[in-house]
Design a protein around this ligand. Structure first.
Ligand SMILES: NC(=O)c1ccc[n+]([C@@H]2O[C@H](COP(=O)([O-])OP(=O)(O)OC[C@H]3O[C@@H](n4cnc5c(N)ncnc54)[C@H](OP(=O)(O)O)[C@@H]3O)[C@@H](O)[C@H]2O)c1
Length: 389
């Protein structure tokens, strides 16, 4: 039976890998809609390649370019927030959530329809609005499928037992480009250096998050919401080869691990295949060729963002939302050369402290989360200006 798929973030790294998986199994899938941000020409290209029915760009000024690039193809298109929401809501069996950052929250929430599957790559949705997001999914009967590689590995490994018998969920981290660098050298790192990930090829935001190890912190919060396991049972292990993605330690001492080559097409294929596995169109895991797998403890002193995310996870309420918003602002400033590497952690810490001082509860709805996100960005921008003056 053909499954109808919509891809949010179709022009990005996750979107391109998703397109490869879909193209390798054309008899299994039909593409309903594709959504992108600013790259209208790239969006048209992927819409044509995947024979989508509808393409939507978030950039309202790009409608002309998108129309022109789709002329004569019969693919309908739209631009602006309303068009993005329309694309997310259109009839589909499975929606891939691959927009980067909190920009993906409203479209991903709009894609929640009764009986649908939501293949979630966008971790910021869960960091910013985890409880409300998961409550909406349960209420609407939406299956949230973990597409992030570590969570996908854990999800598969968790099939070996019951959640109440889990003693720890361990997420592995490659350690990023600065894993072996001393603190003084990291402090002077440039965006170019931070964007050069040793293992994974990904979008800019997640690449910087990997360099600061905020990515792993965001993933701890993501795991908490996906698997309903408390912070005390969530652990991080640095594993530079990125072959073991996640481990479930059971109360009886057994360990179930999820392994695979570092290729996002694997978790994407697993999510899209749902109950039936797809063929993997890439190189298979060859452990003999790899030879050795190594592991080490994370260093919270050189990578303070990991500690900040852990603290936000423990604090709960509005703090994870604030942490995520401040991180997006600070990462953008770092990529644009406006602040130094460790200023990212300083801006995030300052924003979280400001929220903690205010007290008050966490977001009850996705709309609340967006309001807290908005206010946190304002605080973070203020802290940025103070650091530059
Ligand atoms: N890449 C990975 O290997 C990987 C692994 C695990 C999880 N993830 C998660 O997956 C998400 C996407 O990551 P990525 O690496 O694929 O990022 P990316 O390469 O930067 O792609 C981001 C996508 O989002 C689109 N976009 C940006 N702003 C938008 C908006 N306001 N409305 C609609 N679309 C918008 C972009 O469109 P334009 O390019 O047209 O602007 C692009 O299609 C992130 O949450 C990340 O943490 C990624």
């Amino acid at each position: 039976m053909t499954r109808r798929v919509t891809v949010l973030g179709a022009t990005g790294s996750i979107g391109r890998s998703t397109a490869e998986v879909l193209r390798a199994a054309p008899e299994r899938f039909a593409v309903e809609a594709v959504v992108g941000g600013r790259d209208a020409v790239g969006l048209a290209r992927v819409a044509i390649e995947l024979r989508a029915s509808f393409a939507a760009t978030a950039d309202a000024s790009a409608l002309g370019a998108l129309r022109e690039a789709l002329a004569g193809t019969g693919i309908a298109c739209g631009a602006g927030d309303a068009a993005v929401l329309e694309a997310a809501e259109r009839e589909a069996d499975i929606v891939v959530a691959g927009i980067a950052g909190v920009a993906g929250l409203a479209p991903t929430r709009a894609a929640m329809k009764p009986g649908r599957s939501l293949a979630l790559a966008n971790k910021e949705c869960l960091v910013s609005a985890g409880e409300a997001f998961m409550a909406d999914a349960r209420r609407l009967g939406v299956a949230v499928l973990p597409m992030d590689s570590e969570h996908n590995a854990l999800w598969q490994a968790l099939q070996a037992g019951r959640t109440e018998d889990v003693s720890a969920l361990v997420l592995t981290a490659s350690g990023g480009p600065f894993r072996t660098w001393p603190r003084e050298r990291i402090a002077a790192a440039t965006a170019r250096e931070a964007l050069r990930h040793p293992v994974w090829s990904m979008g800019a935001k997640i690449s910087i998050d990997s360099a600061t190890m905020m990515n792993k912190g965001l993933e701890l919060i993501e795991a908490r919401h996906l698997f309903d396991v408390g912070p005390e049972r969530l652990e991080v292990l640095v594993h530079p080869q990125s072959i073991v993605h996640g481990l479930v330690q059971w109360r009886d001492g057994s360990v179930t691990a999820g392994l695979g080559v570092a290729d996002m097409k694997i978790p994407i294929a697993h999510c899209l295949g749902e109950s039936g596995r797809l063929d993997f169109p890439g190189t298979r895991l060859d452990l003999a060729a790899i030879g050795a797998l190594t592991f080490e403890a994370p260093d919270a002193e050189r990578f303070p963002c990991l500690r900040l995310a852990r603290e936000a996870l423990a604090a709960g309420g509005a703090i994870p939302t604030a942490l995520n918003a401040a991180n997006e602002i600070a990462v953008d400033a770092f990529v644009n050369g406006r602040i130094g590497f460790y200023d990212i952690a300083a801006v995030v810490a300052g924003t979280c402290e400001a929220w903690a001082a205010r007290g008050g509860g966490g977001p009850q709805t996705v709309a609340d989360a967006l309001a807290i996100d908005h206010e946190s960005r304002r605080i973070a921008v203020g802290l940025l200006s103070a650091r530059r003056s």
